[in-house]
Design a protein around this ligand. Structure first.
Ligand SMILES: [Zn+2]
Ligand SMILES: [Zn+2]
Length: 213
């Protein structure tokens, strides 16, 4: 049975925290819990799902700022991802938050770092890990080829791509990752991104101004 997905917008950045679960067993995962824990907990209750793990696409505070607190609230379930190259971001969440007037963000150390070629499971469904640096050095994309579905974080959006104007950003690397790793996934692959509406690889191949040929 295909996994179900529900989006809970969190933080002032309207980040798409995503609940993924199997309707039969109710087992699932919380992807990118950036903050606003009461909203995430309400979403979990409404769907009736039981989170077994937390997945992080990258280390930015709107994606990872609530991960440590959520893990604690959910009896210590494991946190998987992102790639270890984002450790410096996860180690600086509290300081970054304070710099933006957000009090109470906690640094987080995942239970498992992810690398290119790894797999993660959600309720028995397998996602392969693509390391797609550029927006952040440790950004990962999670792809469920069987269900034609991907979680792309801030690598690509409907009509746009992740910003790379950070000291550690790399525009060329981001475009390279999109062209060599995401476009080949197939036009029918639907993705949930970190901000804005759901899209498909095909829609972006045709109309995204950053990658359209
Ligand atoms: Zn980001
Ligand atoms: Zn973001």
């Amino acid at each position: 049975m295909p996994l179900k997905a529900a989006i809970v917008p969190v933080t002032p950045f309207q980040q798409n925290c995503t609940l993924l679960w199997d309707e039969a067993t109710k087992r699932g995962a919380v992807v990118d819990p950036g903050g606003d824990l009461p909203r995430i907990m309400a979403g979990i209750e409404k769907t009736g799902m039981t989170p077994e793990k937390i997945l992080l696409t990258h280390g930015h505070l709107d994606h990872a700022g609530g991960a440590a607190e959520l893990k604690e609230k959910l009896a210590g379930i494991p946190i998987e991802g992102p790639h270890e190259a984002d450790k410096f971001l996860l180690d600086g969440l509290s300081a970054q938050g304070l710099g933006m007037g957000m009090v109470g963000l906690r640094n987080v150390t995942p239970d498992r770092w992810l690398a290119e070629g790894d797999t993660v499971t959600v309720a028995g469904a397998t996602f392969s890990v693509l390391h797609c640096p550029g927006h952040s050095p440790g950004s990962v994309v999670l792809v469920n080829a069987a269900q034609r579905f991907a979680l792309v974080g801030d690598v690509i959006f409907q009509g746009s791509i992740g910003r790379t104007d950070f000291p550690y950003g790399d525009h060329a690397a981001l475009i390279e990752a999109i062209k060599t790793k995401l476009l080949p996934l197939g036009d029918d692959v639907v993705f949930i991104c970190g901000h804005g509406p759901v899209s498909t690889i095909g829609q972006e191949r045709q109309s995204n101004p950053f990658i359209a040929a």
